[in-house]
Design a protein around this ligand. Structure first.
Ligand SMILES: [Mn+2]
Length: 429
């Protein structure tokens, strides 16, 4: 990989941290050895962990009220790929990018060439039938795949088929479908009829999914519709993927649930019935806040990974959930936020690997609630930062990615090349 950040900058920063990192890594290794955990094996697992970056994550997001553009925002998908490559160069945990059509529509050959030169691959494709593109014939104001008008549904289906074709050309292996369909007033929509229309439309999309692809459907309890949503929760999502067939799986976006919902339990249920497809990781306090992963409730993130590692270690058949970030930034540099989010997700995975599962099962069988809970806490309380930093450094990344990024002055450099985007109104992207 060519590398967008001068490797001398990374090497200098790593040299500064090397002795302390080695000491901390050895101390952690000794601590884990007392728990019969081999830090070398753990390091291999952490290094093999990967999470995809959403192309829209490198731009500045917004709220319903305003959008405040930052310096050097990407102008097009190629600028986005460059920013994603910086995240990967420094963290070594984000080797792929998830594209969004039509925002990222471009010549597939050039997409492949650019990504290849940057050492990146393409993850799941994302369709957009929740906003109107400039050139489209029918509006999605009153829905897309579940719209009352067959012509609108057909247009939304065709758009998804188009996303599959683009994905095939760039090596993607999945399509994620999230719709904004729903209603704002009681009585506005007939729940059953809207859901039937949605299922028919999804059936047409499913029929075009290649044999080696997966179709992910994403639920969300509200927003932009504020009274009802067609795919509102994991139960409806499960009904959908069961109806569609073996290539269809549920995608769990952590921010798409009501506050205090037990998301790790939803994850467990979907694993048990073979329908967990993957995640959009982020964090929230009130709704679909799209905050950085682990920013509000890192313990919940750990508990989600506790279920994933449990399944991994039990050898659940065909268990390969897709890891993706889905977040939006208003007050931070998106590259810094994405790096920290990716590392937070990797951290939760590493901590979950530390759970003494045999002891936990014993406490569960004996109904020892206190010790069972403490078994999880013992893993969660372990500071795995030296393990993550060592994984990054050994893979050519930065021990301290944010410091290396700031030292590189990448943002200032691209700000000089990319004209300032204009401020605008509502900016949920
Ligand atoms: Mn999402």
């Amino acid at each position: 990989m060519a590398g967008l950040i001068d490797t001398a900058t990374i090497d200098d920063m790593n040299a500064r941290d090397r002795a302390a990192l080695q000491d901390d890594f050895e101390a952690l290794g000794a601590r884990l050895a007392r728990r019969n955990i081999d830090i070398g094996r753990l390091l291999d697992k952490v290094k093999a962990f990967a999470i995809a970056i959403p192309s829209w994550g490198v731009g500045t997001g917004g709220t319903r009220f305003a959008r405040f553009p930052g310096p050097g925002e990407p102008r097009d998908v190629f600028d986005k790929l460059h920013d994603c490559a910086v995240v990967q160069q420094l963290t070594r945990v984000t080797p792929s990018v998830s594209l969004h059509i039509p925002w990222d529509r471009a010549d597939p050959k050039r997409l492949l060439e650019t990504a290849g030169a940057l050492g990146l691959g393409f993850d799941a494709m994302n369709s957009n039938t929740f906003s109107d593109a400039a050139d489209q014939r029918h509006s999605y104001k009153f829905g897309s795949l579940s719209h009352t008008d067959a012509a609108v549904r057909r247009q939304a289906v065709d758009h998804n088929l188009d996303c599959i074709e683009i994905g095939k050309a760039i090596g993607s292996k999945a399509l994620t479908v999230w719709i904004g369909d729903g209603s704002n007033f009681p009585g506005q929509s007939n729940f059953a009829r809207a859901f039937s229309r949605y299922l028919d439309s999804m059936g047409d999309i499913y029929a075009a999914i290649p044999e080696d692809w997966r179709l992910f459907t994403e639920h969300k309890m509200f927003e932009p519709a504020f009274y009802s949503t067609v795919v509102q929760d994991w139960g409806t999502n499960y009904l959908i993927v069961r109806e569609l067939g073996p290539k269809a799986y549920c995608l769990v976006d952590l921010g798409h649930h009501a506050p205090n919902v037990n998301i790790e339990m939803i994850v467990s249920r979907l694993i048990q019935f073979g329908k967990l497809g993957g995640f959009h990781f982020n964090d929230s306090k009130y709704g679909d806040d799209d905050l950085d992963a682990g920013a509000i409730d890192p313990y919940r993130l750990f508990l989600v990974f506790n279920e994933l590692v449990d399944a991994e270690q039990r050898g659940v058949e065909d268990f390969r959930p897709a890891h993706m970030l889905d977040q939006s930034h208003n007050v931070t540099d998106p590259i810094e936020s994405l790096m920290l989010s990716a590392i937070e997700v990797q951290r939760a995975y590493a901590q979950a690997l530390l759970v003494d599962r045999q002891a936990l099962e014993g406490f569960q069988e004996e109904n020892d609630a206190l010790m069972a809970s403490q078994t999880l806490k013992a893993a969660y309380r372990t500071d795995v930062e030296p393990l993550l930093a060592m994984a990054r450094v050994q893979a050519g990344g930065a021990a301290d990615p944010v410091s290396a990024y700031r030292a590189s002055r990448y943002r200032q450099k691209v700000a000089a090349e990319r004209p300032q985007a204009s401020a605008g109104g509502g900016g949920i992207v």
